[in-house]
Ligand binder design. Structure first.
Ligand SMILES: Nc1nc2c(ncn2[C@@H]2O[C@H](COP(=O)(O)OP(=O)(O)OP(=O)(O)O)[C@@H](O)[C@H]2O)c(=O)[nH]1
Ligand SMILES: [Mg+2]
Length: 578
């Protein structure tokens, strides 16, 4: 097909402009830019205009049919083309008279989308229309084909017509010596040489000249057998290649492609800048959230570090409380208690852990309320920091918005204090002081109960001995009884002392447990306090990441289009340089 290289370039540019227009619309590049691209696309479709002139019956219409391989223009031995026919593409054949001597003919042939053809009657038959053709069509023509018949190329009217063509348009003129099959090669050579000489004489220039047989070329392209031979004999190949070249290297057309490409390239550059900026903004946003998340973790650690002194002080305070409770247990685990009725001392036992808890709370309660206030302040400050960093860059929902809490920091403080208290309570309960003390107290009590009996036994034995044996046996019995009583007393006392020791040791050894429990608790609480910021940071990050990925997926076709624009630019430069 004629001008394949040009049409290939044009259709690729068209496809890229189309892709660009789609991207501009999709990425919100602006209606104005989209409209510019649409205009550029429409501008590319401008068809080439070929005008054919020559005397009657020289084979103009046959030449056109052969050139495009389609019989769209009528031919015949009689003068056939009686008007100027302007052929263009249409969905069906339609003829419209524009003037009495000019008709527009629409034909559903695809090549007519790219070529508008002006077929003219013989120059010798339409002297009056010469002006119309030279003024109206020739200046718009990309190619003006002067057809001469090899049988008689000297007919004056064609040469006279050429004289009327402005010199400016002569560069688009090509001579076709038609019906070459009716002459021998030698005759043709003589004619060709003479025509060249004539054109130099009359116009001071050479025109490209091709001797062809359109009849054979058309046959080759339609039904005939042995099309290669016919085509070779027709001499059409050189003519076609010349016409193809004139299409492909048409400077105005190439300039149009280059301009369209340049315009589109500017729009593409703007689009690239815009999308790069949005990708950058999205990336910065995600990086900011990453930083905020890292800062959140560090803030948690900083706050936790602030709590360590309180933890150590609490262990110390607990020690004091333990000493005090151990002291109190001396009274509880005394012989006096052991000899008292059971109900009273068990009340004392029950209250031992309660008292321990009270003692601890008395010592540490205020401290942990203060600690909670520190955590609350850190929480507040981090909230402020977070929103200050986010301002103008990213939207962060208020913390606990969904839970409808007035002041999350206050709520967090209350919770912190309550959980410390509950940890201390669990710790005290976990000591199981009553379990440690009760069995010892029971055994002490059993032993203590022996004391009055032993004493009574001693007195009775001494009295009986006095009665029957006098003073000496009585004193002996009394001594034995006293020894028995002392034994019982010692047994009870040792049991109580052991228990007190055990209790003291247990209380004192539990300091580490308390430390571990509290450390675990505050670390969990601090983590919990600051991890609540994740409820706003994580969704914000997910959203930013999604947006970034979405924008990158949009940037990818823009980058791909840039690449193919660059490739096409190189090809256009190469085509223009030829
Ligand atoms: N032998 C031969 N005959 C041809 C060739 N080209 C055209 N003819 C014949 O020449 C006659 C005129 O052909 P057309 O194509 O109608 O010529 P035209 O210049 O368009 O004629 P008008 O429209 O009347 O001006 C027809 O009989 C064709 O068959 C050719 O290459 N060789
Ligand atoms: Mg004709």
């Amino acid at each position: 097909m004629i001008g394949d290289d040009y049409f290939d370039l044009r259709s690729r540019l068209g496809a890229e402009l189309f892709a660009l227009s789609g991207l501009v619309r999709e990425l919100g590049g602006g209606q104005e830019q989209a409209a510019i691209i649409d205009n550029l696309i429409a501008g590319l479709r401008d068809p080439f205009v070929f005008v054919v002139v020559g005397e009657v019956n020289v084979g103009k219409s046959t030449f056109l049919n052969a050139l495009f391989g389609q019989e769209f223009s009528r031919t015949g031995v009689m003068p056939t083309t009686d008007k100027i026919y302007f052929f263009k593409h249409g969905p069906q054949v339609a003829v419209r008279a524009l003037t009495p001597t000019l008709e527009e003919v629409q034909v559903p042939c695809d090549f007519l989308r790219d070529f508008h053809i002006v077929d003219t009657p013989g120059t010798n038959s339409i002297e009056n229309e010469h002006q119309q053709i030279t003024e109206r069509f020739v200046p718009n023509a990309d190619l003006v084909v002067f057809v001469f018949s090899a049988m008689n190329p000297w007919g004056a009217s064609a040469w006279q017509f050429l004289e009327k063509v402005h010199r400016q348009w002569m560069r688009n003129v090509v001579f076709v010596l038609q019906q070459a099959d009716l002459r021998s090669p030698e005759e043709l050579q003589v004619i060709v040489d003479y025509m060249a000489q004539l054109s130099r004489q009359r116009f001071g220039r050479d025109f490209p000249l091709f001797a062809v047989s359109a009849k054979k070329a058309f046959l080759a392209r339609s039904s005939a057998a042995d099309p290669e031979r016919l085509l070779a004999e027709s001499g059409f190949a050189a003519l076609e290649s010349y016409i193809s070249g004139s299409v492909t290297n048409n400077p105005a057309r190439l300039a149009k492609l280059v301009n369209a490409h340049r315009f589109a390239r500017q729009i593409l550059d703007q689009l690239t800048v815009k999308i790069d900026a949005t990708v950058d903004a999205a990336r910065r946003k995600r990086t900011l959230i990453d930083e905020l998340q890292a800062e959140r973790a560090m803030q948690g650690e900083r706050t936790l570090k602030k709590l360590t002194p309180a933890l150590d002080a609490t262990t110390k305070d607990y020690h004091d409380a333990a000493v005090k409770i151990a002291g109190m247990s001396e009274e509880l685990l005394s012989l006096k208690t052991a000899t008292q009725p059971e109900t009273e001392d068990s009340r004392g036992l029950d209250s031992l852990d309660h008292r321990l808890f009270q003692e601890i709370m008395f010592r540490v309660g205020e401290r942990w309320r203060h600690v909670a206030a520190v955590v609350e302040e850190d929480h507040r400050q981090f909230t402020r920091y977070l929103h200050a960093q986010a301002r103008g860059h990213l939207y962060l929902a208020p913390l606990d918005e969904a839970r409808d809490i007035d002041d999350p920091a206050v709520e967090m403080r209350r919770r912190f204090v309550a959980r410390i208290e509950s940890t201390l309570r669990r710790f005290v309960i976990g000591l199981k002081l009553d379990e440690a003390v009760e069995p010892a107290l029971l055994s002490a009590r059993k032993r203590a109960r022996l004391i009055p009996w032993a004493a009574a036994l001693a007195v009775i034995a001494a009295g009986t001995a006095w009665w029957f044996g006098g003073l000496a046996p009585a004193l002996l019995a009394l001594g034995c009884g006293a020894l028995l009583t002392l034994g019982a007393w010692l047994l009870a006392r040792s049991s109580l002392i052991r228990t007190r020791r055990l209790l003291r040791a247990q209380l004192e050894d539990s300091g580490d447990t308390l430390h571990t429990m509290l450390a675990g608790q505050i670390s969990e609480d601090t983590e919990h306090t600051f991890s609540r910021f994740l409820t706003i940071l994580t969704p914000a990050r997910d959203e930013a990441l999604l947006r970034e990925e979405h924008l990158l997926s949009q940037a990818a076709p823009v980058a791909a289009l840039r690449d193919s624009f660059e490739r096409l630019e190189r090809e256009l430069q190469a085509a223009t340089a030829q």
